[in-house]
Design a protein around this ligand. Structure first.
Ligand SMILES: [Zn+2]
Length: 284
């Protein structure tokens, strides 16, 4: 027996004000709006659901991430005989005196190691491969999968895509951003594999990508209120009669993709800075 319910689409907003009876739904089918594959009956319901999703993403960005334990880069270099005690002490002193910077960068600065050696050791630290950017320009085929603005802001590039298995290899210059990888997986519905790339080669690749057209992405940096972001996304969804909208975000950015197959538009917003909890003061 065919259940009549399968013909009826119910708005996914829990407190939808327009709950309609079965017959009205059957007699007056609604166009509706889709967000992450979920159907909403009105622009108001869609906007509210989008604003809630954005708020949740922003809330997650403020939370401190658990840092996986990694052997310090300097120690790894020391144990591999790449640097000696004196060089490491010198780099650590320079880092302390300048108030920042990465140990690898300081070791390079004092001429103890090469950029390639720093990348190799970072690969060991993260248990990730180093992608041969000097030999492969495959990124030109897949970098467009992510808005250029996000690549530039994060210092990462998709370097290799395997459509059959839905795998995307993403190279980072120094720090692998797991929140970025998670956001890419959600937005592109793929599996990501992080790898390292020599920082200057990543930078060079980013400069090359900068020259390509970016007419499918819109940077709306001035809009920081979740409700306003949702309203802007709704405007684009309506103007383009979108089939679906997906929202993701990482590292201070909210990224919405408005799908109108076979094309899409990316909207990039800057998340408001969430005040971080002050670190606890040591007791006297
Ligand atoms: Zn509704």
């Amino acid at each position: 027996m065919i259940k009549p319910e399968i013909f009826v689409r119910n708005c996914e907003l829990p407190d939808c004000p327009n709950r309609r009876g079965l017959w009205r739904n059957l007699l007056e089918p609604q166009q509706g709006y889709s967000l992450e594959g979920r159907w909403y009956c009105s622009p108001e319901c869609f906007e509210l659901a989008a604003a809630t999703a954005i708020q949740k993403l922003i809330g997650g960005m403020g939370r401190p991430q658990a840092k996986p334990h990694r052997v310090p880069l300097g120690l790894l270099m020391l144990s591999r005989g790449l640097v000696d005690d004196e060089q490491l002490k010198k780099a650590l002193r320079a880092q302390k005196d300048s108030g920042g910077g990465r140990v690898g960068e300081w070791l390079r600065h004092i001429g103890a190691v090469s950029e390639e050696q720093v990348t190799q050791i970072l690969g060991l630290q993260y248990s990730a491969a180093v992608f041969p950017l000097e030999r492969s320009k495959r990124y030109l085929e897949c970098a467009h999968m992510v808005p250029f603005h996000l690549l530039e802001a994060t210092g990462m590039i998709p370097v290799h895509h395997l459509p059959a298995s839905r795998h995307l290899y993403v190279a980072f210059g120094d720090r692998i951003s797991h929140s970025a990888l998670f956001a890419l997986e959600k937005m592109l519905m793929c599996r990501t594999e992080p790898c390292l790339g020599v920082k200057s080669l990543i930078q060079r690749a980013i400069e090359e990508l900068r020259k390509l057209p970016h007419d499918t992405e819109i940077l709306a940096a001035g809009i920081t209120d979740p409700q306003e972001m949702a309203g802007t996304i709704l405007d684009h969804a309506e103007n383009q009669a979108a089939a679906d909208v997906r929202i993701s975000g990482f590292d201070g950015y909210i990224w919405a993709r408005v799908f109108f197959p076979p094309a899409h538009t990316d909207l990039i917003f800057q998340a408001p800075k969430t005040p971080r909890a002050a670190p606890p003061k040591p007791s006297k």
